[in-house]
Design a protein around this ligand. Structure first.
Ligand code: GLN
Length: 248
């Protein structure tokens, strides 16, 4: 299972956010502490998406190599400062390709998205749900993976005008009813974060820098709160709210 993280707050370098914390996302690629499900390391690619004030859309940097194998990243991360980021390290589910396009964050317009988990019975279990999408969306999936399809399902709802929280809850409800699996989703538009827990770990922390929502704590310091399973998290700079997700 992958690990992911979103941060909103005072501008910080990607190095401070991802690499420096003792148990941060960088280290979680080879030594995650709270991973459930099948994988043990997250070495099948990674991605970072971040917001820059004078650009209309977030920047995305994705690679198909383990995050520790990208020797250019530490320098880039030290030089890049942002107040909003979504990043992930990937452990590919059996049978799914290792490719740049299969690494989160997926994105369009202001949105960045990640999935931690796996859709059981893939692909047959969700073929009917996928068939409701425009053919063009299916032909242009970033990768033939469950996560890329989940992003297409979420994106269709965002394009229809649903809020980020409603879009995630609706997709988790529909996919959860169609297939057993783990559906920890994470979505940001650069000013708010929405996330679900459905079978894997998730924590949040509000500190003097800002708000972090992450698969696992990046240090043993105070302030980390575990999110109960089957919960929708919606948060922005003014606060965080948790809502139970019902099984359909
Ligand atoms: N099933 C997804 C993939 O293979 C996500 C994997 C994960 O959470 N480890 O891309």
């Amino acid at each position: 299972m992958c690990r992911h993280l979103a941060y909103l707050g005072a501008p910080r370098t990607l190095r401070e956010l991802l690499i420096d914390p003792p148990y941060g996302l960088y280290r979680q690629s080879w030594a995650p502490r709270y991973m459930r499900g099948t994988g043990t390391v997250n070495a099948d690619g990674f991605g970072i998406g971040w917001y820059v004030s004078d650009l209309a859309e977030p920047v995305r940097y994705r690679r198909a190599v383990p995050i520790w194998g990208d020797s250019s990243l530490p320098g880039l991360a030290a030089a890049t400062r942002t107040g909003a980021v979504l990043a992930a390290v990937r452990s590919a589910t059996t049978g799914m390709p290792v490719a740049e396009g299969a690494s989160a964050p997926f994105g369009e317009g202001p949105w960045l998205f990640s999935h931690n988990g796996a859709v059981g019975g893939w692909p047959d279990s969700v073929a009917a749900l996928a068939s409701a999408l425009p053919v063009r969306d299916l032909l242009t999936l970033d990768a033939p993976t469950d996560s890329a399809l989940l992003w297409a399902l979420v994106r269709a709802r965002l394009r229809d005008g649903l809020s980020t929280g409603k879009a995630l809850a609706d997709v988790v409800g529909a996919v959860g009813a169609a297939a057993p699996g783990r559906l920890n989703l994470l979505l940001t538009d650069g000013t708010s974060i929405a996330a679900t827990t459905w079978g894997d770990s998730l924590y949040h922390r509000q500190d003097r820098h800002g708000l972090t929502v992450a698969s696992e704590p990046d240090d043993d310091g105070p302030g980390w709160t575990e999110v109960p399973d089957h919960t929708l998290v919606t948060a922005d700079r003014s606060g965080i709210s948790l809502t139970a997700l019902e099984e359909r």
